[in-house]
Write a protein that binds this ligand. Structure first.
Ligand code: ADP
Ligand code: GLC
Length: 477
């Protein structure tokens, strides 16, 4: 079969820049697709961390004035990923996170910053780089949402376009005047079938309206976002486009998340040596100042602290955690209020609750290897990756029955699930887990069934290939 060439467009890519699961997916999918004959190159902005690694890459294009300052396009590779880097210092050479200032506010020019990324994606789609003319442009989340829009409004021949939603909550909304500054035809595009969204423009809406195909990261989330509530303002559009919308479950990179080779954990283990997990549990308890109790059910949480993740519900369920003699190891950062409340809880119940505020990849691995159960009580969850890592590490997932969590964890086979999402139902799930934990054979069976679950990209990447090929076939004259 002829190879498929795909330009992926993403605002973060693991292991180069990561704030969440989008980076994991953007970093792992191209490698998984290689085995299926897909040549994927990924376009990303040249933030400082990117330039440190790829600053010496080949310059393939230079502009004296790209959206208000000099810019370059570089081509290089890192960790098995083939990358295009858009190096535009006045847009991307800034400290901290890709999206917000060090004080935590959105950069006021985010509209221009990410329009610039999509503009060059569309140009590559039109043949800017003769050595790599893609069959498909695959845009991830709102930051890349204008790529299908530029390709649509530019007119003429163009590659197929796919828009993937990782999270409906982030829609890239801006004032309509921005259209002018970013070279979109406001007259032609400012209606309900174009960029217009409640009187402004939305980059995500543009992508969803104008891409040939839409995917999201689990089948259940694909259904949920077609409702008014789950669609967060875009449910109607998605119902109208249901025939081109599908859900493809995420996988995880099983070489990064491998308990047999993981350099970040205290003791490596396989399914045959599950008892070695107790050494990781002891190391985790020691590291976080938790009481050294092998018999206490140790709950792990690795999460952004935002409304989405439902961690306020866990605070409400804390009497159950403590009453059942459980321990909690939480690693996360985000909302100041949640950070404060968890730190306070950890001070009050030292030895039983530990909260590490921050981002720490090595500790995330140790929590997966050392906690008995991993908790994800999300209000909505497009896919979720930590429960997949947990399955692979023998930490039994306790999750709400929403989105990708519902598609990847099932009770009684691999974990504990609850719904509708409330602190009462979470408490009940915690009680069931506590009861099961004291039956060693039953708990071990849960772990083993989890460890035998395929959480890799192997088959899931095949679903993207099928989508690309069917899109190409449908566009052939
Ligand atoms: P989301 O993308 O909504 O944040 P996911 O579960 O899809 O949620 O992905 C989160 C990713 O980020 C996982 O790889 C998880 O291990 C990682 N992660 C989240 N918070 C932290 C943290 N504080 N420290 C280290 N890794 C984290
Ligand atoms: C988003 C979602 C998460 C998903 C990730 C990768 O950040 O919140 O559920 O796993 O993207 O697709």
């Amino acid at each position: 079969m002829t190879p498929v060439r795909v330009l992926a467009v993403a605002s973060e890519v693991y292991p180069i820049v990561k704030t969440g699961g989008l980076a994991d997916v953007a970093g792992a999918l191209p490698i998984a697709l290689k085995a299926h004959g897909v040549e994927m190159r990924t376009l990303m902005p040249g933030y400082p961390d990117v330039m440190r690694l790829l600053g010496g890459a080949d310059e393939i294009r230079r502009w004296p004035d790209y959206f208000g300052g000099p810019g370059r396009l570089l081509a290089g590779s890192h960790g098995g990923l083939d990358l295009f880097v858009l190096d535009v210092p006045h847009l991307y050479a800034r400290p901290g996170n890709p999206y917000v200032t060090t004080e935590g506010f959105d950069w006021p020019d985010n509209g221009v910053r990410f329009a610039a990324l999509s503009r060059v994606a569309a140009d590559i789609g039109h043949g800017l780089i003769p050595a790599f003319v893609p069959d498909i442009v695959h845009a991830h989340d709102w930051q890349a949402g204008l790529a299908p829009a530029y390709l649509h409004y530019d007119g003429g021949a163009r590659p197929g376009t796919v828009m993937t939603i990782h999270n409906m909550a982030y829609q890239g909304k801006f004032a309509p005047q921005l259209a002018d500054a970013i070279g979109l035809p406001l007259d032609a595009s400012f209606d309900v079938h174009g960029l217009e969204y409640f009187g402004g423009i939305s980059f995500l809406k543009a992508g969803l309206q104008l891409a040939d195909r839409i995917t999201t990261v689990s089948p259940t989330y694909a259904r949920e976002i077609q409702s008014d509530e789950g669609g967060m303002g875009l449910g109607g559009l998605l119902r109208e486009r249901a025939d081109v919308l599908s859900g493809i479950l995420n996988g995880i990179d099983i070489s990064v998340w491998n308990p047999q080779t993981d350099p970040h954990i205290a003791y490596r283990f396989s399914a045959e040596e599950l008892s070695f997990r107790s050494a990781n549990k002891a190391a985790l308890q020691q590291r976080l100042g938790l009481d050294p109790r092998p018999d206490a059910l140790l709950l792990g949480v690795i999460s952004r602290l935002s409304w989405q993740k439902g961690l306020d519900l866990l605070l409400e369920a804390m009497p159950i955690v403590l009453g059942e003699g459980m321990q909690l190891a939480l690693l996360g950062s985000g909302d100041a209020d949640l950070q404060d409340r968890y730190q306070r809880a950890a001070r009050v119940d030292q030895g039983r609750i530990a909260a590490v505020i921050g981002y720490d990849e090595a500790l995330a691995h140790l929590i997966q290897a050392g906690s008995d159960a991993l908790l994800v009580p999300s209000r909505f969850e497009p896919c979720g990756l930590t429960q997949l890592c947990a399955l692979r590490y023998g930490a039994v997932p306790i999750v709400s029955r929403v989105g990708g969590l519902a598609d990847t964890v099932s009770e009684p086979a691999t974990g504990f699930t609850f719904g509708p999402v409330s602190s009462e139902n979470l408490s009940a799930a915690l009680r069931r887990a506590s009861f099961a934990f004291h039956d060693k054979a039953a708990w071990r069976q849960l772990q083993l069934t989890g460890l035998a679950t395929d959480v890799s990209w192997r088959h899931r990447a095949g679903e993207y290939v099928a989508l690309y090929r069917s899109l190409m076939a449908s566009r052939r004259p």
